[in-house]
Ligand binder design. Structure first.
Ligand code: NAG
Ligand code: NAG
Ligand code: NAG
Ligand code: NAG
Ligand code: NAG
Ligand code: NAG
Ligand code: NAG
Ligand code: NAG
Length: 383
């Protein structure tokens, strides 16, 4: 009986292991490393943190926050932080804030969770929990949109946009949408290539656009046209006759300068990595590079579509697309903090042959992003 039971159990385990998705494989692999690391961490809760804050003693007020979207990205920094000394963890609201030292600087590291609302929530939290934070660096992986950049490349875009903060419009000229709230004019054309591609035209000089004029037609395989995002900075901005809005969120100039100084001194990025999905090492044909990019785009949509990828590069000259950065920049603007985003390409956002390779290259790409992060920290005159 026990033998049969054991056999059944073994079969169930085998079947489960076989059915385990690549996503679970990556998370399991990450978790085992995290458990090994976290043995060395001390944990406190919100109450103890409040007390600490009110007394303002016996702890170093960190000036730099470091965020990533999901665990494999955070792991690279945590491993280095663990190796450089004591780590304390504040646990609250289902999140962990790791306090410690990176490259001789007091920092707080946290994982936001994937997607725009998770990223916005955690960015606001890190500013509220650590009022001493002045700088925030987001480090992680992204889908490559610029065809010049292979997997593993790192980009630090100068500006970010929430490109799917959209209005969805009818496929016909509709005068009713031209008004106070929607000052844009859209002309839609029926493309006859049989692919139901529609064209939307955004007037280059529409009201509220400030100096950020869009000088090109935006083509979407549908009806979505980007809108600007309300950006509340001053107390009564919500009641302003024209709510402050912007399309692009530029990164901080001090941090961009630090990046410019860091890049020439950067150690070579690695072309070699471990693929936790297929449990084997790989070496990519080209050594990846890091560069400052023109633009990046974010939305709570995982992009794996060659046509939209090509359009996003064509119209926005974007290097990368992800699911967090632009909302992090938005929160930074309202909090008046200095922020920058480092993204390493784990996949080509649909530009690949066959299936998306993100899970194979997540951990590898995250390491290259962390390499650039460490070099930028070295260039900051902040402790
Ligand atoms: C974490 O740091 C501790 C203390 O320096 C060290 O003993 C341990 O090996 C480190 N763990 C990992 C996984 O790097
Ligand atoms: C495009 O225009 C033609 C001719 O007016 C029409 O038959 C067709 O349904 C239109 N296609 C779309 C996708 O609107
Ligand atoms: C717009 O451009 C003008 C002239 O170049 C400049 O003076 C102004 O500061 C700019 N405004 C914004 C919001 O960037
Ligand atoms: C946008 O598309 C329309 C229709 O094809 C064309 O007339 C116009 O010149 C285009 N504008 C730009 C800025 O490319
Ligand atoms: C906030 O208000 C102050 C004072 O009116 C003004 O100088 C400043 O430009 C405003 N900031 C923004 C971002 O609107
Ligand atoms: C960034 O570098 C430029 C060029 O060296 C310099 O003019 C500017 O003042 C720097 N900005 C900051 C915020 O350090
Ligand atoms: C980086 O790579 C280049 C050529 O690929 C090589 O010449 C150089 O020595 C490498 N630098 C370091 C620090 O490994
Ligand atoms: C991958 O490479 C590392 C470092 O070179 C090595 O220690 C490890 O055994 C290799 N793993 C596999 C599965 O080949």
């Amino acid at each position: 009986m026990r033998v049969i039971l054991a056999l059944c159990l073994a079969l169930v385990v085998l079947a489960t292991a076989h059915a385990e998705s690549d996503h679970v494989k990556l998370r399991r692999w990450t978790r085992s490393q995290y458990l090994e690391l976290s043995k060395h961490f001390d944990t406190i809760g919100r109450e103890e943190h409040r007390e600490r804050l009110s007394k303002r003693n016996n702890w170093n007020c960190p000036k730099i926050g470091i965020l990533s979207a999901f665990a494999p990205e955070t792991l690279s920094s945590l491993q280095v932080m663990n190796a450089s000394g004591y780590v304390r963890v504040l646990e609250t609201n289902g999140r962990q804030f790791f306090e410690g030292t990176l490259r001789g600087k007091q920092v707080v590291i946290s994982t936001t969770g994937v997607g725009m609302s998770n990223a916005a929530m955690t960015t606001q939290m890190v500013f509220e929990l650590y009022p001493s934070i002045e700088y925030l660096i987001f480090s992680g992986i992204a889908g490559g949109v610029n065809p010049a950049l292979p997997i593993g490349s790192v980009t630090i875009p100068k500006k970010w946009s929430q490109y799917q903060h959209n209005k969805f419009i009818n496929n016909q000229v509709d005068a009713s949408i031209i008004g106070e709230d929607f000052p844009n004019t859209f002309y839609r054309y029926n493309d006859t290539d049989g692919k139901t591609v529609k064209v939307a035209y955004m007037e280059p000089s529409y009201k509220n656009c400030g100096n950020e004029t869009l000088t090109t037609n935006l083509t979407y395989p549908g009806f979505a046209v980007p809108m600007m995002v309300d950006t509340l900075v001053n107390a009564s901005d919500a009641f302003a006759s024209v709510t402050p809005q912007q399309f692009w969120f530029p990164v901080d100039e001090y941090l961009l300068n630090a990046t410019e100084r860091a890049l020439p001194k950067l150690p070579n990025l690695t072309a070699t990595g471990f693929d936790p999905i297929n449990q084997k090492n790989f070496t990519l044909p080209d050594v990846p590079h890091a560069q400052i990019g023109e633009a990046g785009l974010s939305a709570s949509t995982f992009l794996d579509n060659a046509d939209l990828r090509a359009q996003l590069f064509g119209y926005f000259k974007a290097d990368a697309v992800d699911m967090e950065s632009a909302t992090v920049m938005h929160v930074c603007k309202s909090n008046q903090k200095k922020c920058i985003v480092i993204r390493s390409l784990s996949d080509l956002a649909g530009g690949q042959e066959g299936t998306n390779v993100i899970l194979t290259f997540t951990s590898f790409a995250a390491k290259n992003s962390a390499t650039v992060l460490f070099s930028i920290l070295d260039e900051m005159e902040v402790w």
